[in-house]
Design a protein around this ligand. Structure first.
Ligand code: 5GP
Length: 158
């Protein structure tokens, strides 16, 4: 069996507090936290609470169709974020992992056209990523099992 990096829910909780602490210690005060759905939703929500940031948004991007199988490039999916509402704001974009980094690079490029500043935070960064996020909890080159996608979707009990 291929070796995996496994994140459990308890460690996830501690990780998001640690990431938020490094954001605060860096002096960055985001006006809005933007989660990259879906993988960035749990860390983005937890980090927004840890920062005390009430304004949150999402950008829904699809890239991976399975382990090591991707679409040709990341695709923005509806519903779309109202980028006019982002004008002049300092944004913190949160995702679970920067793997190829293409997803975060796309989101950063789209938001940078509107925001005053865009910084990025991830739980994990892989060495091949095309962007080096501003805030990284851990670095690995393994496939990561996240607690929210470790199990298949629930099915009717009977
Ligand atoms: P990227 O565009 O940086 O290659 O990755 C985009 C998305 O693919 C990530 O936000 C994540 O949802 C998914 N992904 C990439 N690498 C991994 C991984 O090692 N494990 C899991 N579970 N998802 C991954």
């Amino acid at each position: 069996p291929t070796e995996r990096e496994v994140l459990d829910w308890t460690t996830f909780g501690a990780a998001t507090r640690e990431v938020a602490q490094t954001v605060v210690d860096s002096g960055y005060v985001p006006d809005v936290v933007v989660s990259v759905a879906r993988g960035g939703l749990p860390p983005g929500g937890a980090i927004a609470y840890a920062l005390g940031t009430k304004a949150v948004g999402t950008m829904n991007v699809e890239f991976y169709t399975g382990i090591d199988s991707t679409l040709p490039e990341p695709q923005l999916l509806p519903p779309l974020l109202d980028t006019d509402a982002m004008r002049g704001l300092r944004a913190l974009v949160v995702d679970d992992v920067a793997d190829s980094g293409e997803t975060l690079a796309l989101v950063k490029r789209l938001l940078s056209a509107h925001c005053a500043e865009v910084r990025t935070a991830v739980l994990y960064a892989k060495p091949r990523s095309v962007i080096d996020p501003d805030y990284v909890w851990r670095r690995t080159d393994l496939w990561i099992t996240f607690p929210w996608s470790a199990l298949p979707p629930v099915r009717p009990t009977r």
